[in-house]
Design a protein around this ligand. Structure first.
Ligand SMILES: *[C@@H]1O[C@H](CO)[C@@H](O)[C@H](O)[C@H]1NC(C)=O
Ligand SMILES: *[C@@H]1O[C@H](CO)[C@@H](O)[C@H](O)[C@H]1NC(C)=O
Length: 735
């Protein structure tokens, strides 16, 4: 189609005021350079106090600056996208591509079947031609309870889908919908239907939760579907045949909802597992899904969501298609990454777990640089690019009309043929996990997969609507957060150590800005050292009154003051602009300190050990069983410690050490009658130490004042006091 009369399906807007931002960034850069000049020209001479500490600070500042440059790449070229769904529907309603939706689950105790089927139902009810929609549930636990829940969901869908369409229900996860509607007191038709469907849902919920609690199905329940016979040969989670069941076959003329309209296809799937074959976690499941779905429905678009989130907008597929079907700009789009919203986020976000700034700012910056990374869910892919296809300009805009699945086979034959594709040995001597599908061998397969697609010449799009399209859960205890960040930072750091290092793997294939953006994530783990150094050494030197920063009255103080105040004011403004609160921002500073000094440190060590071949797959899994008072404390925004962990030892020792140094300053100022020259010389160090102490305030409370179960265990408190005292003493006497 020529450009005459061309009306776009989506629009890309550059952020306003970027010139002002760029000037601001340049001014910070100048400040950073002046700091280096100062550091370099004032190194204490050989034999003078603090020479090595000085050089260390210099190194830490160099590291922070490198990191800062990478974060600029995420802010320099931000773009925002919007779509025109009505135009899409006018032009393409009858020739929409088929969409295959993957939902992955791995453990019925951590991810209860009710949660999983709410996710499934929310995507089954997308506002999209049902004959073109197929939903696959991949169950890596191979649990018959989950299968049973899905079977129940397939019956419920026959009522739920027409109900959603009739009343334009939003969101279409039944649980979220019923929670959002308080009791209807009307007696009209709609209220009656509401009560009826709610009753149906609750009955189903009762049956499923009862079965899940017993962890067993009754003979009667098993007799309801022949699919259960597939569990006869099941011996354990790590050892079973492929289980595959097409619960609703969209091609079957009898698969109708209660109003007589066709239903989407719904498939239960658990790939074969054997102890002697690596299963490659979620990436392995996704790759098996790609093959199996290719046989059954072969949708040209693949959409995947995690089972702990639900679709909050039934129009999401249409939004995504606007990016894939635009006649002029879509040819190079490989995937559309949606942003994620969260439920159960408290006002001031004590764990800063909603990634506000990443979602509202940084991903937009990546988008402007040529492509947001694939973050593992809430994403729409073109099937062919996910399977390793390179970008070429000749590829037509009618790609979505290719490859109809073989449709003569009965669903029984299809099941039998597809099972072969999910066997353990299928991938031997193939490119799966390397060039085809998702990449194996890292905990962040999504990042590498997205990067390699971009390196093949494709672009990606980031779509972040005001009303979030997907809603997930946030972790609600500190250990969960720390472990989550350890896994991510370790995975991203492993990318740096692998052949996919964005610095050279992507060199010349993607823009420099995008490379820097990826690098920022990869550099998370090693930045623990600079942070630990900067938050410990200057405080320790307070014990001996040795100054490591310019005097307050010196001109060199200005660049330090400027860089610090500019950086932090900007970060506060950005946080508020993204919808946060001031206290939320303060909480974020605390959590980032904790993550940097504990999660990143452990991530770094583990990654190095893994690369050197000393350990593999030592997965730290935290309990997700949340009891009542944990949830209550979370709602009240009280930090949750509760159990001992090496990460807590580091955080606590760090906090106490700073507190002891702070006490020394207090003593100096009150009892030793320090003069103004002391303050002048030590201003920066005192400030740093005071901020660290303030930020740790809730931690001191958990150590000494709290009585609830979420406080720091006393053994850990004693241990940390010991470590901190030892460190201070050693420092003073061994210097
Ligand atoms: C989310 O918050 C509600 C109360 O606001 C609570 O009942 C529910 O258990 C929480 N869910 C999780 C998973 O923490
Ligand atoms: C989810 O969708 C509802 C409308 O159904 C909307 O009111 C709500 O704000 C959305 N949630 C988020 C987090 O955007």
């Amino acid at each position: 189609m020529g450009s005459e009369g061309y009306v776009p399906l989506f629009e890309t807007k550059k952020v306003k005021g970027s010139v002002i931002y760029k000037l601001f960034a340049v001014s910070i850069f100048v400040g950073i350079c002046l700091i280096f000049v100062y550091r370099f020209s004032h190194i204490p001479r050989e034999g003078e106090d603090g020479r090595w500490a000085w050089i260390g600070l210099f190194a830490a500042e160099l590291w922070f600056s490198l990191f800062w440059v990478c974060t600029q790449a995420l802010r320099w070229n931000r773009v925002y996208r919007c779509t025109f769904k009505d135009r899409l529907s006018q032009r393409y309603e009858v020739e929409f591509p088929r969409v295959d939706i993957f939902v992955c689950t791995a453990d019925p105790t951590i991810e209860p079947p009710m949660m999983v089927i709410n996710t499934v139902l929310s995507v089954l009810a997308y506002d999209y031609p049902t004959e073109k929609l197929s939903v696959y549930l991949s169950d890596d636990a191979g649990s018959d309870i989950t299968f049973y829940a899905l079977l129940e969901a397939s019956h419920f869908a026959k009522e739920w889908i027409p109900y959603c369409k009739k009343f334009r229900v939003e969101p279409r996860s039944p649980e979220a919908y019923f929670l959002s509607i308080s009791d209807q007191n009307d007696v009209n038709e709609e209220a009656k239907e509401f009560e009826a469907i709610k009753k149906l849902y609750e009955d189903m919920e009762n049956r499923i939760t009862r079965a899940a609690k017993r962890d067993q199905l009754t003979e009667e329940q098993r007799s309801k579907h022949k699919g259960f016979s597939q569990w006869d040969s099941y011996s354990s989670i790590r050892d079973h045949d492929t289980i595959l069941q097409i619960l609703i076959d969209g091609r079957d003329p009898n698969a109708r909802d209660i109003e007589g309209y066709p239903l989407p296809t719904l498939v239960y799937f658990a790939r074969e597992k054997r102890p002697q074959y690596p299963h490659n976690f979620k990436a392995g499941a996704m790759n098996a899904l790609i093959r199996v779905s290719g046989k059954i429905s072969n949708g040209q678009i693949i959409h995947n969501v995690d089972c702990d989130m639900y679709s909050n907008n039934s129009q999401s597929v249409r939004n995504a298609l606007c990016f894939f079907m635009d006649e002029e700009k879509s040819q190079e789009v490989a995937f559309v990454q949606f942003s994620e919203g969260f439920k159960n986020v408290t006002k001031n976000e004590i764990y800063s777990s909603s990634f506000r700034v990443s979602i509202e700012v940084e991903f937009h910056g990546m988008d402007g640089n040529g492509g947001t990374p694939y973050i593992g869910s809430c994403c729409f892919h073109r099937r062919d690019t996910l399977c390793g296809r390179k970008f070429d300009k000749e590829c037509t805009s009618k790609w979505y009309k290719e490859n109809d699945p073989e449709s003569e086979e009965s669903s029984h034959e299809l099941e039998a043929k597809s099972k072969v594709l999910a066997s353990c040995t299928y991938e031997e001597n193939t490119q799966w996990g390397k060039e085809t599908g998702l990449k194996y061998g890292t905990p962040v397969e999504d990042m590498i997969t997205g990067l390699s697609i971009q390196c093949k010449g494709w672009k990606s799009v980031y779509f972040n609507p005001e009303r979030k399209a997907f809603i997930g859960l946030v972790p609600i205890t500190l250990p969960q957060i720390l472990v989550q960040h350890k896994r991510w930072s370790e995975g991203n750091f492993l990318i740096l150590l692998s052949k996919y290092n964005p610095a050279w793997y992507a060199l010349g294939k993607i823009s420099l800005g995008l490379q820097l953006g990826y690098l920022k994530w990869s550099l998370w783990a090693p930045s623990c050292f600079a942070t630990l150094y900067y938050s410990i050494i200057p405080s320790l030197y307070l014990l001996q009154d040795i100054s490591l920063f310019p005097q307050y009255s010196s001109l060199w103080f200005i660049p330090f003051a400027y860089v610090i105040s500019a950086k932090y004011s900007y970060s506060l403004v950005e946080f508020l602009w993204s919808g946060g609160t001031i206290l939320g921002w303060w909480n974020e500073q605390r959590i980032w300190l904790y993550i940097r000094i504990s999660s990143y440190l452990f991530a770094f060590i583990d990654a190095i050990l893994k690369t050197a071949g000393f350990s593999d797959e030592a997965f730290a899994i935290t309990s997700k069983v949340i009891d009542e008072d944990v949830s209550e404390r979370y709602q009240k925004e009280i930090l949750e410690f509760g159990a001992s962990s090496p990460m807590f030892t580091i955080i606590t020792t760090h906090a106490l050490l700073n507190f002891f140094c702070f006490l020394r300053v207090v003593k100096k100022l009150t009892m030793d009658a320090a003069d103004i020259r002391y303050l002048d010389r030590m201003a920066m160090q005192i400030l740093l130490c005071v901020v660290i102490v303030l930020i740790n305030w809730p931690l001191y409370q958990a150590l000494f004042f709290r009585q609830d179960k979420g406080k720091m265990p006393s053994s850990l408190t004693l241990q940390s006091i010991g470590f901190a005292l030892l460190a201070c003493t050693c420092f003073v006497y061994l210097q």
